[in-house]
Design a protein around this ligand. Sequence first.
Ligand SMILES: [Zn+2]
Length: 260
Amino acid sequence: MIDSHCHIDFDDFAADRGEVLQRALAAGVEQLIIPSVHPESWSRVITQAKQCQPFGITAHYAIGLHPWWADQFPVSELPRALNDALSGAVAVGECGLDALRDIPMALQIEVLTCHIMAAIEHRLPLILHCVKAHDILLPLLKAHRPTAGGVVHGFGGSLEIAEQYHRLGFKIGVGGMATRPHASRAHRAFTELPLSALLLETDAPAMPLWDDELGQLEAGNEPANVARVAQAVAALRGCSAAEVAAVCRDNTETLFAKMR
Ligand SMILES: [Zn+2]
């Protein structure tokens, strides 16, 4: 299995990263993609990706400035910084738009556009974060048509929105939302889209899964949980978790071609 989106470099894992990676391997996770969130973390994700190898896990990384920190780096310097850092990356990201954050949308769009241009120039896919801004993101992608596509990660929207991304060559990243009992709108997207449109992810340590016994969200999240996301998607679609895992693995390796 591949966890196509996890932040194993975050300090949340500082105390027990080795155990977390061992549990991931034991759960069948063989590859990870680590998106970066800020230029300060770019060298950290490169180092972290290398440090997964002794645990039997092959990790890849992506280079980007997350919308939550869009005002924490001079946008005029971003194109050059991205250009200089992208050579070993499998994708551009994490980048995107978040309407729930108190950062001017005009700035978020400017920062995202730098990433889209870099993705086109380097022929790399995009790892997109989008919260309550599909009405802005979709026209932006339609206008620029990034040729290598990408993924809208941690998707929680409707089937109709997911289909629009899919038509533009984008995959839908499915995480803990698949385990949440009240997420029927997103569940419809995870069920009705072709399996070829989906990638599995955890977004660990964020996006916790649902604890059925306690009837609440779990406290943390880690890459091993991608196996449970596969099970949840399989239950929704009425197929086996093995099939979901295998097809999503293939989807991930096809999208992030530099993984091969
Ligand atoms: Zn993320």
